[in-house]
Design a protein around this ligand. Structure first.
Ligand code: HEC
Length: 128
């Protein structure tokens, strides 16, 4: 399957709740996906970030932390994944048949480029 990547269109975003933020993201052929994924891996595995909850192998710790590897929720809507990576999630969600109550995922302070890289990483790792 062809690798999917995202790039940002520069756009002013007024607030963290601005739904339009997800529209900054367009699916685009990223000429340097490997470099983006490498940077994303470093963020994902970095101290106190994603892997603390979602685990190094992306399997998560159901029913507390949802998986990213082979996750139907993640793969169903990539824009939503980007938004969730930027802002966390407060709503209950269902991933691979397991319901997660929401509110646990913290918002990690990432730049647009870091979000792009980490999302490139999770969308193209562990068989995703
Ligand atoms: C403190 C633990 C924690 C950390 C750290 C964390 N998450 Fe999450 N994440 C969660 C929980 C809990 C949910 C489920 C949210 C819900 O129930 O609404 C979730 C949901 C998700 C989802 C959507 C659900 C899925 O399985 O596809 C994505 C994508 C995601 N996280 C990506 C990330 C990324 C990328 C990072 C690092 C930048 C990260 N998370 C850091 C706990 C965490």
């Amino acid at each position: 399957m062809a690798a999917i990547s995202y790039s940002f269109i520069p756009m002013a975003v007024s607030s963290a709740s601005d739904v339009a933020t997800t529209e900054m993201l367009v699916q685009a052929g990223n000429p340097d996906l490997a470099a983006s994924m490498k940077a994303g891996k470093a963020i994902y595995e970095g101290k106190g970030t994603c892997s603390v909850c979602h685990q190094l192998n992306g399997a998560g710790l159901p029913p507390t932390f949802p998986p990213l590897a082979g996750a139907d929720y993640l793969l169903a809507d990539k824009q939503r994944a980007v938004k969730q990576t930027m802002y966390g999630s407060k709503e209950p969600i269902k991933v691979n048949g397991v319901t997660y109550p929401g509110g646990i995922m913290t918002t990690i302070d990432l730049t647009n480029e870091e979000v792009r890289d980490v999302v490139n990483y999770i969308l193209n790792s562990w068989g995703n």
